[in-house]
Design a protein around this ligand. Structure first.
Ligand SMILES: Nc1nc2c(ncn2[C@@H]2O[C@H](COP(=O)(O)OP(=O)(O)OP(=O)(O)O)[C@@H](O)[C@H]2O)c(=O)[nH]1
Ligand SMILES: [Mg+2]
Length: 359
């Protein structure tokens, strides 16, 4: 899964990217406004793996990962003026957005619209994305109409099936609502899979607060489905990401911070795109594996290896909490808490799994 970090110029996208990835990419007070991307893979923090590592005395610990791409170059007017191909490509290919909104004041960092106004900025970029979708939908409808005119009853059935959906989309966008707010069936989702509609993607809004947090400055209203928000200090988080683990721990202790906001963002990103983890544990390694929410044991087996899936017999399943409460696999077995599940079992977050398979 890959999330695109977007936002107006100088909102702190690259700063947040550094905070999330521990990277050291250059940030600057003068935005180039140019299209550019930075990409990095990030471990999804998972305290459960640390516990399992100790329990199994494991040699290796493998986290689930998520990829972030810092996408520079968005600004007011892109929806109307069209957008360069590479930027559009990048935006349409990500699975979701992290939308950075500037809430920090700084005399040295010019704001593209002079004043700091998070709600305005959120709506500004959001309406640009909406406009892009509207143009795409209108173009599609035009194509459908002309096909219908040209071929009448012999028109391509798939295209005809798409028509009512595109009309619904258009009406919805015309009212200023993002597409993610609509209920869309799996079949419809497949139909429009190739379009990469911007407002269909889930979004995590990150308010980039200044050094001094004032009550209320972490508020924006954005009442749509598949959207979430968090407020943090990107510059501070980026500095902390540069410290080694020990120094970071000391700092957090001193200031009474239990969890870095950057690590919250990674966890929220994971939830945002509807994925979760099952775990495997042994002496060789403890590991978190990513699967879509709702995936079955059979699909989970496939996430590990095609052969395990092909030879699937049963899955041994122990919820992580049972394993930790009882203290060992043996204790779980004798307490009768280990379940044997078939292919159709819907895997839950934190299931510790062993796959019995042939071959
Ligand atoms: N005071 C303060 N400055 C910040 C904060 N976050 C970012 N900055 C500064 O704001 C400037 C822009 O930050 P970037 O991370 O480069 O912003 P960006 O969104 O990537 O900008 P472009 O890629 O040019 O669109 C830099 O000088 C940062 O150091 C913050 O929380 N507080
Ligand atoms: Mg940048």
């Amino acid at each position: 899964m890959r999330l695109g970090i977007i936002g107006l110029p100088n909102s702190g996208k690259t700063t947040l990217f550094n905070a999330l990835t521990g990277g050291d990419y250059e940030t600057s007070a003068v935005s180039s406004g140019q299209f550019h991307v930075n990409t990095a893979v990030v471990n999804v923090p998972d305290e459960r793996l640390d516990v399992l590592e100790d329990m199994y005395d494991a040699k290796k610990k493998v986290y689930a990962t998520i990829t972030y791409t810092d996408i520079g170059g968005l600004d007011k007017g892109i929806g109307e003026g069209g957008m360069a191909g590479p930027l559009r490509n990048e935006l349409s290919q990500v699975d979701g957005f992290v939308h950075v909104i500037r809430a920090f004041e700084s005399p040295t960092v010019p704001h593209p619209y002079q004043t700091v106004d998070p709600q305005r900025d959120l709506e500004t970029l959001d309406s640009e994305l909406l406009l892009l979708d509207l143009v795409a939908v209108e173009n599609r409808l035009e194509k459908i109409e002309s096909e219908l005119k040209l071929k009448g009853k012999r028109a391509d059935q798939n295209l005809m099936d798409e028509k009512p959906l595109m009309e619904t989309f258009k009406a919805h966008l015309d009212q200023g609502h993002p597409l993610r707010d609509l209920e869309i069936t799996d079949k419809q989702r497949k139909m429009i899979g190739g379009f990469g509609f911007m407002t269909l993607k889930p979004v995590l809004i990150v308010l980039n607060l200044g050094d001094e947090r004032k009550p209320g400055d972490d508020q924006v209203s954005y009442d749509y489905k598949r959207a979430n928000h968090i407020a943090l200090q990107a510059a501070l988080e980026a500095d902390l990401a540069q410290l080694d683990a020990e120094d970071a721990e000391m700092f957090m202790e001193e200031y009474g911070i239990t969890e870095l906001s950057a690590s919250r963002v990674v966890k929220l990103s994971y939830e945002l795109v509807s994925i979760h983890s099952f775990l495997t544990a042994g002496e060789k390694e403890v590991r978190a594996w990513t699967i879509p929410v709702g995936a079955t044991a059979f699909e989970a087996a496939g996430a590990i290896h095609g052969d395990i899936q092909k030879g699937f017999i049963r899955a041994e399943v122990t919820p992580y909490t049972d394993l930790v409460t009882l203290g060992s696999e043996a204790a779980v077995k004798s307490a009768g808490k280990m379940r044997l599940e078939s292919k159709e079992y819907v895997v839950q977050d934190g299931d510790v799994m062993v796959f019995r398979h042939s071959g």
